[in-house]
Design a binder for this molecule. Structure first.
Ligand code: P6P
Length: 342
């Protein structure tokens, strides 16, 4: 077979296992099982109205959000796929209040899997790209029944992270701590094939992603930062910017990984009790790991996301991530504001 053909996810993982000590058989199985679950979710998402799975499930999740039928189905697909392999000590999901133990009938492993089974699900009924986000941690030694506090590890403890984006093509973007790599689902083979190895985000950008309808609720440094972007080449940044907002984090982050940009979801006064909209453990941390492994940055506007010490499984956090120089600029606005007020 010609060497120009892309290699499969399985071959990539086996070659990574040979080349580095950071991946073992259980972690390889975990990634393959999650990838297979994402293929099943892609099929369900792709059926749309024909699958009878659009619309609300009639239930709510711990976030207080109405669950879509596909949210619940995607969650079940991931739980069932990961139950029997003996690679996990437990799972945690945006869609479940508490961590989900591995059934006693199956052996347990040393990894913890956290996921947002279907991110951006409010876009499903209008046929906009959605995705699955996942993060992998080690279960603390000696813990056989992991509780929420055992999942609350800093993002730097992640051994792997990835997302699937269900768009015009179905992609799996993955990091095992040695670069960020893109796999495209070959629907005829039914396999994810390596199409981009060691992706690098452009350090600079002219594109930002934010929900502008929240502008009046932002704190001063965020107002000033975005105001300077909108001022364009006549303003302090000296260049014109473009704006995109899909309202599906996976779609926005994938565009940024591919062509550069900055994703912004800051704290706002709309709900002062919430430190942000996005969840740290299964949205911000995995995306931050992926972005940093591609040469980008991810902060809260003040601190590196991966170094945050989590206090709760479903805690929220402000998110500024993407092109290195642009995230540094946005973070500088916030730090200078704080220093002036100190
Ligand atoms: P807004 C989807 O609900 C999500 O969690 C992310 O995927 C997305 O980036 C964000 O919320 C969109 O939020 O306030 O623009 O609807």
């Amino acid at each position: 077979m010609s060497s120009s053909r892309p290699i499969s996810l399985m071959r990539f993982l086996i070659e990574e296992q040979r080349a580095h000590q950071h991946i073992n058989a259980d972690l390889r199985l975990l990634i393959e099982v999650v990838a297979r679950a994402c293929k099943t979710i892609a099929i369900a998402v792709g059926k749309g109205d024909l699958g009878g799975v659009l619309g609300e499930a009639g239930s709510g999740n711990v976030q207080g959000e109405a669950q879509q039928k596909l949210d619940v189905l995607s969650n079940e697909i991931l739980l069932e796929a990961n139950a029997w392999g003996g690679h996990l000590a437990g799972c945690a999901s945006e869609e479940m209040d508490d961590p989900h133990p591995i059934p006693d009938v199956y052996p347990k492993g040393n990894y913890l899997l956290l996921f947002d089974p279907l991110d951006g699900s409010s876009n499903i009924d209008v046929n906009i790209s959605v995705g699955t986000i996942f993060s992998v941690l080690r279960c603390p030694d000696g813990v056989t029944e992991p509780r929420a506090e055992h999942y609350c590890q800093p993002g730097t403890a992640q051994v792997a992270a990835g997302y699937a984006v269900y768009g015009p093509s179905t992609l799996l973007v993955l990091t095992l701590g040695h670069g960020t790599h893109v796999f495209t689902l070959d629907r005829e083979l039914g396999s994810f094939m390596l199409t981009r190895r060691d992706l690098q985000i452009p350090a600079q950008t002219r594109e930002f992603a934010v929900n502008m309808s929240n502008q009046r609720h932002w704190e001063e440094p965020m107002q000033r930062y975005v105001g300077d972007l909108l001022a364009g080449k006549e303003g302090p940044r000296g260049k014109d910017y473009n704006m995109r907002w899909v309202a599906s984090m996976v779609a926005d982050v994938h565009r940024i990984l591919t062509r550069g940009g900055i994703f912004l979801y800051p704290w706002d006064r709309k709900d002062p009790g919430k430190p942000g909209k996005l969840r740290l453990m299964y949205e911000a941390n995995p995306m931050a790991f992926i972005v940093e492994q591609a040469g980008g940055r991810a902060t809260t506007g003040r601190e590196r996301i991966l170094e945050l010490a989590p206090t709760a499984l479903h805690q929220r956090v402000p998110v500024f991530l993407g092109s290195r120089d642009e995230v540094d600029a946005a973070t500088r606005y916030h730090r200078e504001h704080d220093a002036a007020g100190a």
